[in-house]
Design a protein around this ligand. Structure first.
Ligand SMILES: NC(=O)c1ccc[n+]([C@@H]2O[C@H](COP(=O)([O-])OP(=O)(O)OC[C@H]3O[C@@H](n4cnc5c(N)ncnc54)[C@H](O)[C@@H]3O)[C@@H](O)[C@H]2O)c1
Length: 347
């Protein structure tokens, strides 16, 4: 069972799992502004896939689904995921990320109680974020699985709350659960409010590329295919109750990332004038975390996972995907505008 399967990581994970293995997939998504089945038509038409349009906070729907399909693995991606939106209005974050996670965990507990034979193979994988740890200074060592949760934004606080619920249901109710904490993920099908697609769209329209503060905030970047492989390896080989940081060796300031992106975009678009001239600094995000960095040795050691994608090539392929799939992102942008969603801002 994949929750949030119509989102960025979810859509990529569905394609990855259909290629990788022969399991059946139950996909749950509320189809918020960030979720779209566009481009997933072949996935949804696959007889191995069942789609349920539902809110993970809907107790009855989750109970029906879990009792009917009795999944062996739940990968819980469904969440509100954009920090700036959590600053503007935290209510959807509290609902989906905290209440939704609690409802899903409780319904898993009930399903396992009714069907105890499922317990031997069952795994609940909570997909979380490095942001739950707070903010590092330049010289600090990276976080690992033992680092404390010290979230500083409404988004990261809601994800940390969900992580605590997962561990509470694991220790108190014996739910076989684990947490995958991921760095910044990039790749095709990301909603165009996030930094990489946002910058490319700004370049396409020759509009200013907004960059928070001085652009010196540092993030690690991992290709979505590498993350999908990591989640699969955790599902197959991970230990119950474990926390697995999943990150890459690619640590870049936002300014470095945007400059690289401009260079690739200019080459792909055959532009003579550098798009770097479009980079425009804007007032910093309130409470903007300076640096995230995680040490992924645990997943490497225990699950044999390695990040395989070269960043430069992955970034270029991602940009090419957006350039070739205007038919995907233009309606997504139009729909978001129609819903009167907040204007796009960087991740
Ligand atoms: N993208 C990243 O860089 C990144 C990094 C670390 C962690 N994560 C985590 O990975 C998960 C997926 O991220 P993403 O980038 O794919 O996000 P996304 O915003 O692209 O997709 C989220 C999906 O969840 C769905 N959803 C939201 N609330 C729901 C609800 N109450 N019930 C059912 N469906 C609901 C949305 O419709 C959407 O399809 C999130 O939990 C996020 O916190 C993402």
């Amino acid at each position: 069972m994949i929750t949030g399967g119509a989102g960025f990581i979810g859509g990529n994970l569905l394609n990855f799992l259909l290629r990788k293995a022969s399991m059946k997939l139950v996909v749950i998504d509320k189809l918020t502004y960030a979720g779209s089945l566009r481009g997933l038509e072949p996935v949804m038409a696959n007889p191995r896939v069942t789609f349920l349009h539902a809110d993970v906070a809907d107790q009855a729907a989750m109970q029906d689904c879990l009792l009917k399909h009795r999944p062996e693995v739940v990968i819980h991606l469904a969440a509100e995921s954009h920090v700036d939106r959590s600053i503007e209005d935290c209510a959807p974050f509290l609902h989906s990320n905290i209440i939704g996670s609690a409802v899903l965990l409780e319904q898993c507990r009930i399903a396992l109680q009714r069907h105890p034979s499922l317990l031997a193979s069952f795994r609940f994988i909570q997909v979380s974020t490095d942001e739950v740890h707070g903010s590092l200074q330049a010289a600090d060592p990276p976080w690992n699985e033992q680092s404390p949760c010290l979230p500083r934004s409404p988004y990261s606080a809601s994800k940390a709350a969900a992580d605590h619920l997962v561990m509470a249901w694991h220790h108190t109710h014996g739910i076989p659960a684990m947490i995958a904490r991921c760095c910044n993920i990039y790749g095709p099908r990301q909603f165009p409010e996030k930094l990489i697609p946002l910058c490319l769209l700004k370049i396409l329209h020759s509009e200013p590329i907004p960059l928070y503060g001085r652009g010196d905030n540092i993030r690690q970047w991992l290709h979505v295919d590498d993350l999908c492989d990591g989640l699969y390896q955790i599902a197959m080989k991970g230990s119950r109750g474990a926390i697995y940081p999943i990150s890459s060796a690619v640590s870049l300031s936002n300014l470095e990332l945007v400059r690289q992106l401009c260079r690739h975009a200019d080459e792909l678009l055959d532009r003579r004038e550098s798009s770097e001239a479009l980079i425009t600094t804007v007032a910093d995000r309130p409470g903007h975390d300076f640096r995230y960095a995680m040490d992924s040795s645990r997943i490497q050691r225990e699950c044999g996972w390695r990040a395989g994608r070269d960043f430069g090539q992955g970034l270029r392929e991602t940009l090419s995907w957006y350039l070739e799939h205007r038919d995907w992102w233009q309606p997504v942008v139009n729909e978001a505008l129609r819903r009167r969603a907040a204007p796009p801002t960087p991740h």
